[in-house]
Design a protein around this ligand. Structure first.
Ligand code: GRG
Length: 306
C-alpha cells in the first residue's frame, strides 16, 4: 500500500471507531424522554455534543492492539462508552462557575448555561454513576467477573483523588502567582489528563485478555500520549481557532493559568510534545503491526486543530 493509501485507511478506521463509540454512548445513556426527562436530556446533551471521542477510540484501539477473540465485542464498546461518560462528567463540572466558569463546550453552550447549575451538577454526577453501572454490567456481555472488577478499579483510580480529581484540585491553585514549575505542571497533567488515557488503554488491554507485559507497554504509551495531548491542548489555547476548537481560546491566560507554553515558550512546548509522542510510539514496538492505529493516533495528536 502507498503511504497515502495507508494514511487514508487509518483515517477511515478511526472514523469507524468514532461512529461505534457514538452508537455505544447512545445505547448506554438513558432515553431522553425517561422521567425525570430533564436530567436525561442534560446527560445526552453534553455527551452526544460532538466531542472528538479520543478516549473511547483509545479503549477500542488498545483492545485491537492486544488482539484475541474478545477484542472487538460489545463489552469493549460499552467499556469505551463508560470512559467517555466519566470524561463528559469532568467537562460539565469543569465548566461550572465554581470551577473554570466556561460558557461554551464542544461548540455549544455549556451544560450549566442551558440547564442551570443544579441540573449540570446532577447530570455530571449521573454520568459518573452510570459509567460504573455500565462496567458492573460487563459480565452480562461475556466478561469474567474478576476481569470486570479489574476494569472498575482502573476507571475508579483514574477518576479519583489520585487521578482527575486530585489533578483538578492542584490545577485550581496553579495560577501565575503560585510557584509552579515544569515538574509540578507535569504532575498535574499526569493526573488531570494522563490518568484517564492510562485507564483507556489498560481497560481495552484487559478486556482483550492482555497480560502484565502488554499492559505495561500500553501504560507507557498512554504516559507519552497524555503528556503530548495536554501540551498540544495548551498550545491550541494560544494559537487555535475558537470555531474549530468548539471552546473559547485564551482562557488559560485569562485565568492566569500556568501552562507548558507559558513556562517554556511555544517552540520548546512543541518540541516537548514531539518528544512525548516519539516515546509513546517507541513503547509500542513489541506489538508490531497490530499497534498501527495507536501509532497513528499519537502522530495525529501533533497536528490536531481541535
Ligand atoms: C473532576 C470536575 C473534575 C475535573 C477533572 C478532566 C478535568 C479535571 C477537567 C476537564 C477540563 C480539562 C481541560 C481537562 C484536561 C484534559 C482535556 C484536555 C480535556 C479535553 O479533552 P478533549 O480535547 O475534549 O478530548 P472533547 O470535547 O473532544 O472530548
Amino acid at each position: 500500500m502507498s503511504a497515502m493509501t495507508e494514511e487514508a485507511a487509518l483515517e477511515q478506521r478511526f472514523r469507524q471507531l468514532v461512529a461505534r463509540a457514538r452508537q455505544a454512548l447512545d445505547a448506554v445513556l438513558p432515553p431522553a424522554g425517561a422521567p425525570p426527562a430533564v436530567i436525561h436530556e442534560a446527560m445526552r446533551y453534553s455527551t452526544l455534543a460532538g466531542g472528538k471521542a479520543i478516549r473511547p477510540v483509545l479503549v477500542m484501539a488498545a483492545a485491537e492492539c492486544v488482539g484475541g477473540p474478545d477484542a472487538a465485542g460489545e463489552a469493549v464498546e460499552r467499556a469505551a462508552a463508560a470512559v467517555e461518560l466519566v470524561h463528559t462528567y469532568s467537562l460539565i463540572h469543569d465548566d461550572l462557575p465554581a470551577m473554570d466558569n466556561d460558557d461554551v463546550r464542544r461548540g455549544q453552550p455549556a451544560n450549566h448555561v442551558v440547564y442551570g447549575e443544579a441540573i449540570a451538577i446532577l447530570a455530571g454526577d449521573a454520568l459518573l454513576t452510570r459509567a460504573f453501572e455500565v462496567l458492573a454490567e460487563l459480565p452480562r456481555f461475556g466478561v469474567e467477573p474478576a476481569r470486570a472488577l479489574a476494569v472498575v478499579g482502573e476507571l475508579a483510580a483514574a477518576a479519583g483523588t489520585a487521578g482527575l480529581i486530585g489533578g483538578q484540585v492542584d490545577d485550581l491553585t496553579a495560577t501565575a502567582g503560585a510557584a509552579v514549575d515544569l515538574e509540578r505542571l507535569r504532575s498535574i497533567h499526569q493526573r488531570k489528563t494522563g490518568a484517564l488515557f492510562r485507564a483507556c488503554v489498560r481497560i481495552g488491554g484487559r478486556l482483550a485478555g492482555g497480560g502484565t507485559a502488554e499492559l505495561e507497554r500500553l501504560t507507557a504509551y498512554a504516559a507519552g500520549f497524555g503528556a503530548a495531548f495536554q501540551i498540544v491542548d495548551d498550545i491550541l489555547d494560544v494559537t487555535g481557532d475558537e470555531a474549530e476548537l468548539g471552546k473559547p481560546v485564551g482562557s488559560d491566560a485569562r485565568q492566569g493559568k500556568v501552562t507548558v507554553p507559558s513556562l517554556v515558550g511555544l517552540d520548546a512546548a512543541r518540541r516537548l510534545a514531539e518528544e512525548a509522542t516519539a516515546a509513546a510510539i517507541a513503547s509500542l514496538e513489541p506489538f508490531g503491526a497490530r499497534a498501527e492505529l495507536l501509532r497513528w493516533l499519537a502522530r495525529r495528536l501533533l497536528t490536531r486543530r481541535r
